[in-house]
Write a protein that binds this ligand. Structure first.
Ligand code: PAF
Length: 281
């Protein structure tokens, strides 16, 4: 595996591959890799000649200084994992290499997607995500890029950015990877204390029950039920639960036949914020 930390070096390597008509699959990450990331890389390996992974903890997408500071950093182990799935190229730049002296975001218009759910609670988050993903696409120029559906809103926003800016990359969403007890895999899970880790699978249990209820009950009633369940929970604190339409991410008022819906949730397990979602039939 080749490892680069400078834009000019990774660009030169990829230009050479592109000249030889190799297709590039790209998996952007913030490191602290887990099986969920590896599943994206494996998918990218199947569909492309070369796979590039980036590890970059992007400061502009954090609205919380403590979360940024404490974001897990496990580079040595990440490199081992990347080698185990035969990743071809790792791009691991510094903040200065990406932002120079100006650590700020471009302002995007994602046609309202950015105002729903995470956008209501994480100020400037999606401008930060848009800025870094666009910058990385410019550097890597991938044919396809892979994102997990755990961050479903992020996935829809990136698709929107690609469409609006006519970027020549196909965005591929990949199913959520879960621990055996149902907890959605996330780099933040490693920061959970034992008690919170044991409590966290409750989130997916509730999502599965909400999915069942969606067959017979309306979104308002289900939301009230979920809210009550978390009020009764001794450890987990609900930030939001929303049933929304997949395309617009607008809260569902009334079910419509030809629309697809998902339930989205954000929960605090102590100081650690966990998100998850489930497709509803
Ligand atoms: O999902 C993530 O890990 C990050 O938001 C991403 C897409 C790598 C951008 O920093």
């Amino acid at each position: 595996m080749k490892i680069f930390d400078l834009k000019k070096d990774v660009k030169a390597c990829l230009l050479n591959l592109k000249t030889n008509h190799k297709t590039i699959g790209f998996v952007p990450t913030m490191g602290a890799l887990h099986q969920g990331h590896l599943s994206l890389i494996k998918k990218a390996k199947q569909k492309n000649d070369v796979v590039v992974v980036s590890i970059f903890v992007n400061p502009t997408q954090f609205d919380n200084a403590e979360d940024l500071k404490k974001y897990p950093k496990t580079l040595e182990n990440d490199i081992k994992l990347l080698k185990s799935v035969a990743c071809d190229v790792l791009f691991h730049p510094t903040v200065a290499e990406i932002y120079a002296a100006n650590i700020s975001s471009e302002k995007f218009n994602f046609d309202g997607l950015e105002h729903q759910m995470e956008g209501k609670f994480r100020d400037g988050h999606f401008n930060g995500v848009g800025t870094i993903v666009k910058t990385l696409f410019e550097i890597i120029t991938p044919n396809k890029a892979y994102f997990g559906e755990k961050d479903f809103q992020q996935l829809q926003i990136i698709k929107k950015m690609v469409k609006k800016n006519n970027l020549p990359v196909k965005i591929k969403g990949c199913a959520i990877f879960r621990e055996a007890d149902g907890l959605a895999m996330s780099s933040r899970n490693t920061r959970l204390t034992e008690d919170y880790r044991n409590a966290a699978p409750f989130i997916y249990k509730i999502l599965k029950k909400a999915k069942k209820k969606f067959g017979t009950e309306n979104a308002t009633k289900i939301t009230a039920w979920v809210t009550k369940k978390f009020k009764e929970h001794p450890l987990l604190e609900l930030e939001y639960f929303t049933i929304a339409e997949e395309k617009t991410l607008e809260t569902a008022i009334k079910k419509e036949k030809n629309k697809k819906y998902r339930a989205f949730i954000a929960v605090f397990a102590g100081r650690i914020r966990l998100i998850d979602n489930i497709r509803l039939k």
